[in-house]
Design a protein around this ligand. Structure first.
Ligand code: ATP
Ligand code: MG
Length: 283
C-alpha cells in the first residue's frame, strides 16, 4: 500500500509538473497537475516558538486547496507566509523556501509588494473600507497606478460581476460599503481582491462569520473563481472543505500530517490523527 503523505510525491521538474500518487485514480496513473506554489522545508518561528515545522507542500494551479486542523496548529501562519504578510510580525523568522512559479518569494530580489499583488487575501471578518462600494474597489486600482476613469469603472463593474455581487447592488454603487450585509461585504472584499488581478487567492476562514445562505454563495463563487485562480482556503468546516476543495492538507501542532486529494483525505485517510480530526474526535 502506498503511504500517502507529503514525502510520497515525485517531481517532474523538467515539465514543471508535480505528480501526486493517488490510488483512487482508477487507471493507476499519476494525476498531472501544475505546481503553482511549492513550500520546501519551511519552518517558521514567532520569537523562539517553532510554529511551523518542516512543511513540504505543493499547491496546484487553478485548484482549490483546503488547509484544515485544530485551532492554533499554524494554518493562518502558513497562508500568511504565502504573500509575506508575516513580514509585519516583529521577531519572527522563516526558514526554507516558498516558490511561486519556481521563484523563491524569500529571495533577495523578491519584492513583497509585487508578491502581494500576485497573491491576494480574503480574511475571516469582511473588512471593507469605510468608503463607497465603488471606491472600495477603485481605491486599490488607483494605488496600483490606474488613472483612467473608464478603465477604473469597467474594472469595478467586472470585479463585482465576477464576485456575484453586481446584480444585487448595481443601484447602490455610491452607497457606503458598511451598509452591506456581512455576506455582501465579504463578496465585496473578494471583488476588491480580484480587481488587482492576482494569480492566487488566499481565504482565511472566509465564511466563519456568515449565515448558511451567504456561505453557499461564497462557496459557489470559489468554485467559479478556480477557473482563473489558484485558491487556498483555511476552513474549520469539514463539509466546506469537501464541497469546495480538490486537495486537503491536515496540519497538527505546526506539522503537515497528511496531504492528498480531498476525496482520499475524507474517504480513506492514511493517518489515524487525520481520521480522528475529520470525524470530530478531537479539535
Ligand atoms: N503574531 C504572533 N505572535 C506570536 N505568536 C503567534 C502570532 N500569531 C500566531 N501566533 C501563535 O502561533 C500559533 C499558530 O497560530 P495560527 O494563527 O497560525 O493558528 P491557526 O491554525 O490559524 O488557528 P485558528 O484555527 O484558531 O485560526 C498559535 O499558537 C498562535 O498563538
Ligand atoms: Mg487562523
Amino acid at each position: 500500500m502506498i503511504k500517502l503523505d507529503a514525502k510520497n510525491r515525485t517531481n517532474s521538474a523538467d515539465m514543471g509538473y508535480t505528480e501526486i500518487k493517488d490510488p483512487l485514480n482508477k487507471v493507476g496513473n499519476f494525476l498531472p497537475e501544475k505546481t503553482k506554489i511549492k513550500a520546501g522545508n519551511l519552518n517558521f518561528y514567532y520569537g523562539k516558538t517553532h510554529t511551523l515545522k518542516d512543511i513540504n507542500l505543493n499547491i496546484y494551479e487553478k485548484k482549490v486547496t483546503a488547509i484544515i486542523g485544530p485551532s492554533g496548529c499554524g494554518k493562518s501562519t502558513f497562508i500568511r507566509l504565502l504573500n509575506r504578510m508575516n513580514d509585519f510580525v516583529a521577531d519572527s523568522r522563516a526558514e526554507g523556501e516558498i516558490l511561486i512559479d519556481e521563484n523563491n518569494i524569500f529571495g533577495k530580489t523578491a519584492d513583497p509588494v509585487e508578491i502581494r499583488k500576485r497573491v491576494g487575501m480574503v480574511f475571516q471578518k469582511p473588512n471593507p473600507f469605510p468608503k463607497s462600494i465603488f471606491d472600495n474597489i477603485a481605491y486599490g486600482l488607483e494605488i496600483n497606478g490606474a488613472k483612467d476613469r473608464f478603465y477604473i469603472e469597467e474594472k469595478v463593474v467586472n470585479s463585482l460581476k465576477k464576485s456575484a455581487l453586481f446584480e444585487e447592488i448595481r443601484h447602490r454603487l455610491r452607497d457606503n460599503a458598511l451598509g452591506l450585509s456581512g455576506g455582501q461585504q465579504q463578496r465585496l472584499c473578494i471583488a476588491r481582491c480580484i480587481a488587482i488581478e492576482p494569480e492566487i487567492i488566499l481565504f482565511d476562514e472566509p465564511c466563519a462569520s456568515l449565515d448558511p445562505i451567504s456561505t453557499a454563495k461564497i462557496e459557489e463563487l470559489i468554485l467559479e473563481l478556480k477557473k482563473d485562480y489558484t485558491i487556498v482556503i483555511v476552513t474549520h468546516n469539514m463539509q466546506q472543505a469537501l464541497r469546495v476543495s480538490d486537495y486537503t492538507a491536515f496540519f497538527l501542532m505546526g506539522e503537515l500530517i497528511e496531504y492528498n486529494t480531498t476525496k482520499k483525505i475524507f474517504e480513506n485517510p492514511s493517518d489515524r490523527r487525520t481520521e480522528d480530526y475529520i470525524t470530530g474526535r478531537f479539535g
